[in-house]
Design a protein around this ligand. Structure first.
Ligand SMILES: [Zn+2]
Ligand SMILES: [Zn+2]
Length: 212
């Protein structure tokens, strides 16, 4: 089994944690949530010397998904995720991008929708898909069981949780997703989230004020 490596690339005025994720052995990579600032993302790809094979989207918000269509075209690679319930967000990215000042925001249709129990992979790094609605209805979390590591998008943050006061959001649903699907994966699981610093499920289970 190969080691996973990750590089966080903050993009858009929201400083969203676009993440370049790759297999150390093969240098095959995936870009998770390319919200914008594609020149910055492409520079990171070149600096790391990796070959990007896929784009994964955790959910359909503009700071996560608005650059996906253009990056797909530039690199000639498919987009996987999020869950189909975020279609209405992905069809509104161009308009939303204009409102938030995200240059080049484009609507996008993924090549593959994801659902609970699906698997996505890059080289020999396999991630289980957990459908975690509440921040957006189609949010997914990607969990690598071998390396005890998850990409959680805006579902959970260090010391906080995703907003639910936006279209399609629901706070009770969000807390249910976290408590029923994420925390049972184990205290030792580390995660990268859509904004701010990384953490572990154990740290959030014991200290996050929204989960007490
Ligand atoms: Zn979001
Ligand atoms: Zn976000």
């Amino acid at each position: 089994m190969s080691q996973a490596r990750a590089l966080i690339i903050p993009v858009t005025p929201f400083q969203q944690n676009c993440t370049l994720l790759w297999s150390e052995a093969s240098k095959q990579a995936v870009v998770v949530d390319p919200g914008g600032d594609l020149a910055k993302i492409e520079r990171a790809i070149a600096d790391c010397g990796v070959a990007v094979k896929k784009i994964w989207l955790t959910h359909g918000h503009v700071d996560h998904a608005a650059g996906a269509a253009e990056l797909k075209e530039r690199l000639g690679i498919p987009i996987e995720g999020p869950h189909r319930a975020d279609l209405f967000l992905l069809q509104n990215l161009a308009e939303s991008g204009r409102g938030f000042g995200i240059a080049g925001a484009r609507n996008v249709t993924p090549d593959r929708w994801l659902d609970q129990g699906d698997e996505v992979s890059i080289d020999d790094l396999a991630f289980e898909v957990l459908h975690c609605p509440g921040h957006s209805p189609g949010s997914v979390v990607l969990f690598n069981a071998q390396q005890r590591f998850a990409m959680v998008g805006d579902v959970l943050f260090r010391g906080s949780v995703g907003r639910s006061d936006i279209p399609g959001g629901n706070h009770q649903t969000l807390i249910g997703s976290i408590k029923q699907k994420l925390l049972p994966l184990g205290d030792d699981v580390a995660f990268i989230c859509g904004h701010g610093r990384a953490s572990t499920f154990g740290q959030e289970r014991t200290t996050n004020p929204f989960l007490q």
